[in-house]
Design a protein around this ligand. Structure first.
Ligand code: UDP
Length: 244
């Protein structure tokens, strides 16, 4: 087996990553492709925790702006992440990869409750663990949930999936000469409001010293190349300013 740079990772996919170009909320081919990339990692002995957002179905803040109660709309958003998690569990199982959805909200006729020690045990047994329902609390995002779970399971690296190569000074799809950052610190991402993740998520990673790789996971085999030591995407780490 090839030596991998990490044994345990937390991968964060946005809900939109599952959407079809025509706007369908979950595209069967896309989810199959992502599931196959994840299975390849697991086959190499990498333990994979996964957080999938819910933005392809519903975002609490959007519904609240239409007049819905914010707590209720965030609960709807959290349930949307469970739908995506179940779809991914199914896609992984179809490929012969064991997976478990663990929800921060109790819906244990559908999936397991999130219990940290049990999640770690699943990972040790080679099962992909899909953390659903975010943090279980309104007013948070699944980026924050991903940071939290990454810390709780002692992931060595968090990978944040984007549609572009990594972190830029501005949206490269809108600004032609946006500068690409191969490496930066959490404080630089925070100070420059680089829109990588929300502030809570960035601060959680910074304070708990979890490195984060921002990269395009839609390039076939990109995560595997990263795991084999290639420099892919942007690396965000804690800078000297916070090193105590
Ligand atoms: N959400 C929440 N608490 C959490 C995580 C998510 O209330 O801890 C809700 C929130 O309404 C959010 C929705 O779930 O808008 C979907 O998550 P997110 O917007 O992070 O999904 P993504 O943008 O990654 O697809």
């Amino acid at each position: 087996m090839t030596k991998m740079i990490c044994q345990r990772i937390l991968l964060k996919l946005s809900g939109e990553a599952l959407m079809s170009e025509a706007g369908g909320s979950i595209d069967a081919d896309i989810i199959k492709r992502l599931a196959s990339e994840i299975k390849d990692l697991s086959d190499q002995g990498i333990q994979v925790g996964l957080v999938i957002g819910g933005g392809n179905i519903l975002r609490g803040a959007d519904k609240a702006s239409e007049g819905l109660d914010r707590v209720t709309s965030d609960q709807m958003g959290m349930l949307a992440t469970v739908i995506n998690a179940l779809a991914m569990q199914d896609a992984l199982e179809h490929l012969g990869q064991q997976a478990r959805v663990m929800s921060a909200l109790k819906i244990n006729q559908v999936c397991e409750d999130y219990i940290r020690r049990r999640a770690v045990r699943h990972l040790e047994k080679g099962r992909v663990v899909i953390f659903a329902a975010g943090t279980g609390n309104p007013f948070f995002t699944t980026d924050s949930a991903a940071s939290l779970r990454a810390i709780e399971i002692n992931a060595e690296l968090m990978i944040k999936a984007t549609k572009v190569k990594g972190v830029y000074s501005a949206d490269p799809e809108k600004v032609k000469d946006a500068k690409f950052y191969p490496r930066l610190t959490y404080d630089e991402a925070l100070d420059q409001r680089l829109n990588v993740m929300d502030t809570t998520a960035l601060v959680l990673c910074r304070d708990n010293n979890i490195p984060m790789r921002v990269m395009n996971v839609f390039e076939k085999g990109a995560i595997m190349k990263l795991m084999m030591g290639e420099e892919i995407g942007s690396l965000i780490e804690r800078g000297t300013r916070n090193d105590q």
